[in-house]
Design a protein around this ligand. Sequence first.
Ligand SMILES: [Zn+2]
Length: 389
Amino acid sequence: MDKDLIRGDLVTATEVIPFHLLFEDDELVEWGKGPGPSGLTTYHGDIHPAPVNLHSHIGDRFIGKIRKKMSVEELVAPPNGYKHQRLREASDLEKRQGMETAIREMAQAGITKAIDFREGGVHGTELLHQTLENMTYDEFKLMPGGSLTRMSIFGRPSECQFDKEEMEALAPMVNGIGISGIGDWDLCELTTLCKWAKSKDLPFAIHASEAEREDIDEILSLGPSMLIHLNKATEDDLLAVKEAGVPVVICPSSTDYFKLGTNFVKMTELGMDVGWGSDNAMFGGLTYCMGGAMETILLQHTHGEEKLPDGRSIDDIVYNNTFHYSQKIISSFEVTPRPTDLDFDHVIAVSQHTGFGATDWPGPKRLWRHGPRKVNMMIYGIDIKTLLE
Ligand SMILES: [Zn+2]
């Protein structure tokens, strides 16, 4: 019988605990605080909930990584931004293949759930459903992670206007509504859309103050379930968001591309939790938000200081927000069910710090070869809380 031990930190929402996991023939048989038994083959890995991606647009994955520098307006603003032109020109097959690649990339990085903002109205949403139907569970079982990323689909109308017939057709296909920004809409029209979403019990999320400050009172009056970016929000704006209890998601890969900066430090100083998203797949950061890249960006914001004024370290915040806060947020939204889903609500990941290369691990079905956080193993059906009981 092969026995292997993993030692590392178990990272909960409130503390970091030295921990061990003991495997016998690739099955988890024992766990607990402290170093565990000695004299066994030992690997180093940290234990945390599985990562999630709170904000993606995988529909532009077919474009590949965008290298030319463009402004928010030039690149992503509907209807004539570069991305929207490319979306109009591309075939359905191209778009589906791109989305398939994106979902594979997330699955390989250990991301168990993602909220995707789907463009293109009913047809755009259909394309993602077709993509998911095309990706069989068996295919994923053969992948390093042995599983797939479940998608929560936030659809939107094909034009920036409320068309009841279109929205009634869209409603059964989506888990929520995701809008580009208040500036692209007539406020009355957008208010009608929000009221309609509420009547359907559909959460409503919107990009806000991404490249320029927008009126936070107007945005909050729509009753959003989640706000994306808030890069240019003032401290008063952030306090209003905090007071309203609306979750915030920042997207370092897109703010880095546009050189916009995030409001991360101010948000943490105000005691706000922040979730991570990758934003557009064409920034090449589908899994970036889970990685060391996040820490690098945050260190730029703090001018290299690893400690924040409240005494917490950047690393603690990245861990907490990546693995605990983002999980909490995503669990408040539905995901599109798939008949073969495993119990994703109870899954922990073990990620490498040092000395435990994916190829060294004897249990191939559970290996992750990729992923910036180097998630090497997912253990299904186990909640972190269970480990501590
Ligand atoms: Zn976005």
